[in-house]
Write a protein that binds this ligand. Sequence first.
Ligand code: CS2
Length: 498
Amino acid sequence: MKESIALNQKNLPLFTEKLDCPRYDRSQVKAGIIHIGVGGFHRSHQAYYTDRLMNETDSSEWGICGVGLRDADRKIGDILAKQDYLYTLIVKHPDGKIENRVIGSIVDFMLGCDDPTAVIQRMAHADTKIVSLTITEGGYNFNAATGEFDCKNPGVKHDILNPDQPQTVFGFLTAALKLRRAAGLPAFTIQSCDNIQHNGNMARKVLLAFAHKQDAELATWIEREVRFPNAMVDRITPVTTPADIQYLDTELGLKDEWPVTCEPFIQWVIEDSFSNGRPAWEDVGAQFVPDVTPYETMKIRLLNAGHSVLGILGSLHGHQTIDGCVADTLFATYLRRFMDFEVTPVLEPVEGIHLDDYKDCLIERFGNPNIKDNLARICLESSSKLPKFLIATIRENLASGGSIEYATLVIAAWCYYSDKGINEHGVPLDIVDEMKSELHKAATATARDPLAFLKLKSIFGELAKDKTFTKTYSNMIQAIYENPKIAQHMQAILFGRE
Ligand code: CS2
């Protein structure tokens, strides 16, 4: 058998016949963007757009230097370095067609926990124009109920006292901006690419709260000089599996230790507000708009919440993946009704988008049988996802007198899931959540007090005081604890509507 060839710059010419490869001279690319959080999503989305841009236009000042802040990021850093920062993007269509592409837009990687000074200096370098972020919903470190920055976080406390040896993203950003201000350099843009409503405003709010604690004068400068464009980002990117690595090896004779798989759909809607220039991402399909709010709300409340609905209910039922859920008529119908009855009424019209088409397209995307998006990924860190994705919709429907049953069942099911930690067949659930023990503790008190789970105020705020909500919720809790077969409760809601 022929040995497969390692992916790296030297070997790139050997692959150009087999798949799309960067056509630009990577040795000339400067890192105008520092990206914190080089996970699968960054690599299938922003790095992909930027790679296309460099292929199609002269944009060599907009390469990306990846940054990881924690030791857990060492693996991706080491693999990328070994491969000259190249990796393969495997785009899987629903009909089985696969498009492979080597992405070259990442040109360097640095690990903050190894050498914070080097990362700060790189961010403070004149070449750096944008620092972009995918640090997950939890990374913004705010209390979901109050929306305020959490100054008690140990990393934050450390960084306030040790500005030169930061551990958190806030410490790194302020240290770098401080150097830029001292050097008379323009501020960089801070560009959030996370699924948070008004992600730019949120990044601004938490960074300013942090900077005020550390250096009030610097905070005023940041407030004036740094732009934080809001954006809606979208591309479903499941966790890479050993089968993806094997596929490249067998089919293309290419050895890539960490490729990324994703769906063909991609969207990026950005507010055109940058402190120090930006790439012409619109040349490769991104959309610049004056106000991204309606796009963000639509995406977070339909796609991300839709994922969570399937994720929590599907996990209890014993489904493994999103496409597995959508292939089950009960789950597909439930999802569509949730979108139609509970989300659509709280959305504003979105220019250029017909909501029915958008929902049809979402269900088609979820059903892509080649994107085996695991429910464990979807349910990861639910405590920082559900307040924004789902609970916000419940709250708005409570205010307007709209339907809440579809979403409330998910909350009641989440309580049962956090309490028991097993699905309805007794199989242990793979729960990964910063708040796992608090969730479990609150949920186990349900036997004594049906509303116990709602006492987690950082998640539910004052929802426990809303009579309409608690009535629906406690009935569902009682029903699920008596009979955990979640499909029967979903059916009860669906038939009750007919
Ligand atoms: C998912 C998202 O994490 C989640 O819960 O809903 O990762 C989703 O796949 C992306 O936002 C798609 O753009």
